[in-house]
Design a protein around this ligand. Structure first.
Ligand code: P6P
Length: 341
C-alpha cells in the first residue's frame, strides 16, 4: 500500500542526510543500482515474449547452465555501475574473478557484490526471481584499482544491502542499517514508491521453508526439528506450514514479512550447503537482522564469518529469532547426544 509519494531515490538521499559525514556518494551509487533494477524488471516481465528465455549454452563457474536472462542482468548491472565513479571494484556471482573498473572511469570508495538473477532455474516457469546486492567500503588505498581483499570482507562490514524480487510486482527492499524499507515499482511512471516502511520481522512465525527432498542427507538434529514442527500443539502454533519456492529471494522475502524460518543447511553431500556467503547470505542476513531477525550457519552469525574465497558457500538458517534459535538448539542437543554415545 502506497502510504506517501516517496520515491526510492528520495528515500535514499533523505536516509543519507541522517549521516552527518555522508558525502551523498552512497546515494548516487544506490540510485544507479535502481536504474539497473528497472531495466532488468522490464526484461524479466517480458522474457516470455523475447528470445531471452532458455540457456546461453555456456556454464558459469559453478558449472550451472547460464540463462540468457542471468547474463542480461549481469551485464545490465555492470553497465549501470562501472562509470558512476563510486566503485573501486565489483564481484558477481556469474564471474569467477573480481571485476575491475575500466581504466577510462573514475575509481570510487565503494565495493559492489551482486547476484544478478537469483533463482534463475525458475525463469522459464514464471516463478519469482531476484537480484541481490551488497555494498562495502573499500579497505585498500584510495585511488588505486580495487582488490580481492576489498571484496572479501565479513558481512558485518556491509554499509548497505538489498534485493529486488521480480514477482507479481517488482519490489526493492534495502537497508543501510537505518531500518529496512520496501518499494514497489509503478511501471506507469517508472518509479519505485515507498510501500513498506520500516519492515520488522515477527519474533516467531509458523512457516518453515526448506527443500525437504534433501531430508535423507540432513543433520539428525535438523530431522528432529522438522518432525517437531509437523507435530500438533496449539500453544506453539504447530503444525507449521511448509512453503518452498526454490528462489532464495522470494523465500526470504516471504519470511521477512510473515516470519518463520528459511533454511538451506549443510548435508552429507554438501558440507557447506549450496548458497553463496558473499552474494546471497551476507546481504540477506544484513537485511533480516536489521528487521529484528537472526541469521546463522547453525552455530555462528552469518555476518561474522570471515570469508576465505569469493564464491564460498555456507549453510544458512535465517528468519524469526525464536525459530532460528530453536533449530540451533535441536542440532546442538543432537551433537551433545552423539558425543555422549
Ligand atoms: P534447491 C536458486 O538456484 C538458488 O540458488 C536459491 O535461490 C534457492 O534458494 C536455491 O538455489 C534452491 O536450491 O537445491 O532447493 O533447488
Amino acid at each position: 500500500m502506497i502510504k506517501r509519494f516517496m520515491t526510492l531515490e528520495r528515500h535514499i538521499i533523505e536516509g543519507e542526510r541522517k549521516h552527518p559525514a555522508a558525502t551523498g556518494e552512497l546515494s548516487k551509487l544506490l540510485s544507479d543500482l535502481v536504474i539497473a533494477a528497472k531495466v532488468i524488471s522490464l526484461e524479466v516481465n517480458k522474457a516470455g515474449l523475447m528470445d531471452i528465455l532458455g540457456y546461453t549454452g555456456d556454464n558459469n563457474i559453478h558449472g550451472e547452465q547460464v540463462k540468457k536472462l542471468d547474463m542480461y542482468a549481469h551485464e545490465m548491472i555492470f553497465k549501470a555501475m562501472d562509470h558512476g565513479g563510486h566503485l573501486c571494484v565489483m564481484a558477481s556471482e556469474e564471474e569467477e574473478d573480481i571485476i575491475h573498473i575500466p581504466d577510462a572511469f573514475e575509481i570510487g570508495k565503494y565495493v559492489l557484490l551482486f547476484d544478478p538473477l537469483d533463482g534463475s532455474s525458475n525463469i522459464d516457469v514464471n516463478v519469482s526471481i531476484g537480484t541481490i546486492f551488497s555494498i562495502y567500503k573499500r579497505v585498500s588505498p584510495q585511488g588505486l584499482p580495487g582488490t580481492l581483499e576489498d571484496c572479501l570482507q565479513p558481512g558485518l562490514k556491509q554499509v548497505a544491502a538489498g534485493y529486488v524480487v521480480y514477482g507479481s510486482s517488482t519490489i526493492m527492499v534495502y537497508t543501510t542499517s537505518n531500518g529496512v524499507h520496501g518499494f514497489t515499482l509503478d511501471p506507469s511512471i517508472g518509479e519505485f514508491l515507498l510501500s513498506h516502511e520500516n519492515i520488522r520481522i515477527p519474533k516467531k512465525g509458523r512457516i518453515y521453508s526448506i527443500n525437504e527432498g534433501n531430508y535423507k542427507f540432513w543433520h539428525p538434529g535438523l530431522k528432529k526439528y522438522i518432525k517437531w514442527l509437523q507435530d500438533e500443539e496449539l500453544e506453539t502454533d504447530r503444525p507449521y506450514s511448509s512453503r518452498y519456492i526454490g528462489s532464495m529471494v522470494a523465500d526470504v522475502h516471504r519470511t521477512l514479512f510473515y516470519g518463520g524460518i528459511f533454511m538451506y543447511p549443510q548435508d552429507s553431500r554438501n558440507p557447506n550447503g549450496k548458497l553463496r556467503l558473499m552474494y546471497e547470505c551476507n546481504p540477506m542476513s544484513m537485511i533480516v537482522e536489521a528487521a529484528g531477525g537472526r541469521a546463522t550457519n547453525g552455530k555462528k552469525r552469518i555476518l561474522e564469518i570471515v570469508p576465505e574465497s569469493l564464491h564460498q558457500r555456507t549453510p544458512i538458517f535465517i528468519g524469526s529469532v525464536d525459530d532460528v534459535n530453536l533449530v540451533e538448539e535441536f542440532m546442538s542437543e543432537e551433537n551433545n547426544n552423539q558425543e555422549k554415545e
